[in-house]
Ligand binder design. Structure first.
Ligand code: NAP
Length: 267
């Protein structure tokens, strides 16, 4: 019996070097992701609103990393940025939807503008960028979409309803699209960090200090206490998971939400 090879083997690799685009790649988790992908031999475009921050990061890795301005909440800005990114590094094979914002407020103080802002940046941003990148991946019949969601995409937390709703939306988008492109050599996954040592966490700690009068050490300890390992996750730990999902050895992993949080979430 002639066994068709496409029912047995993973899809072939794309031409190398691959082009990876990391949104929010100028700082925190995104900056760490950009570095590990670059060290793995990829050409990396980092995007964000603050061009100076992006340029400062990319300047450390000339010819392998480029900075492109993009507001993920604005579909036109996303389209223009992808065109600029492709002009230098070619079609996008790997998209890391990492740009995000986390504003907190009690539910009844969550006004329309905060609600829309959380959905626009965290959820619609992921939608806009994935729509822009997917045609390149379909043309190559190989691709990776990796969404940096959060443990807040898998569980509820008080005082961040809009952020939690948006990140749950990212997980839903991940699962639906994974099925839609499953036979096209493209995987779609989410990485769900717990509290991670970045500006978002530093702002949250400052917020707790301002609102409760606790010291910074106390506030930090409180954030770490939700993690069974009793510590804050480091950006490089999230980046390592993204690198694996981008690799050929993760070709069968799709539609998954991988928690990087010291065991805070188990499912
Ligand atoms: P960060 O250092 O503040 O990074 C957020 C990045 O997103 C920045 O580079 C920012 O760049 C970019 N960004 C924000 N709004 C944007 C917009 N409208 N358009 C384009 N880029 C935008 O914080 P981070 O912790 O690394 O966050 C990265 C991702 O991890 C986020 O999705 C966040 O929700 C997720 N996460 C973080 C934690 C944590 O504890 N740190 C935990 C779970 C999940 P510009 O300001 O230049 O635009």
């Amino acid at each position: 019996m002639n066994t068709s090879s496409n029912t047995r083997s993973p899809p072939s690799k794309p031409i190398t070097p691959q082009h990876a685009l990391v949104t929010g790649g100028g700082s925190g988790i995104g900056a760490a992701i950009a570095v590990v992908l670059m060290q793995a031999g990829m050409r990396v475009t980092i995007t964000g609103r603050r061009l100076d921050v992006l340029k400062a990061h990319a300047a450390r890795y000339p010819s392998q990393m480029q900075a492109v301005q993009m507001d993920v909440a604005d579909a036109e800005s996303v389209e223009q940025a992808f065109a600029q990114a492709r002009a230098t590094f070619g079609p996008v094979h790997i998209l890391v939807n990492n740009a995000g914002q986390a504003a907190s407020a009690p539910f009844l103080k969550t006004d329309e503008s905060l609600w829309q802002q959380m959905l626009s940046v965290n959820l619609s941003g992921t939608f806009h960028c994935t729509q822009a990148a997917l045609p390149d991946m379909l043309a190559t019949q190989w691709g990776r979409v990796i969404n940096v969601a959060s443990t807040a995409g898998l569980a509820g937390y008080a005082y961040v309803a809009a952020y939690v709703a948006a990140k749950h939306g990212v997980i839903g988008l991940t699962r639906a699209l994974a099925l839609e492109v499953a036979k096209k050599g493209i995987t779609v996954n989410a990485v769900c960090p717990g509290y991670t040592e970045t500006d978002i966490l530093r702002e949250s700690i400052a917020n707790v200090v301002a609102k409760t009068g606790r010291t910074e050490v106390q506030a930090r300890a409180e954030f770490a206490s939700g993690n069974p390992q009793g510590r804050i996750v480091q950006p490089e730990e999230v980046a390592g998971t993204v690198l694996w999902l981008a690799s050929q050895s993760a070709a069968s992993v799709t539609g998954q939400s991988i928690a990087v949080c010291g065991g805070e979430i188990m499912r």
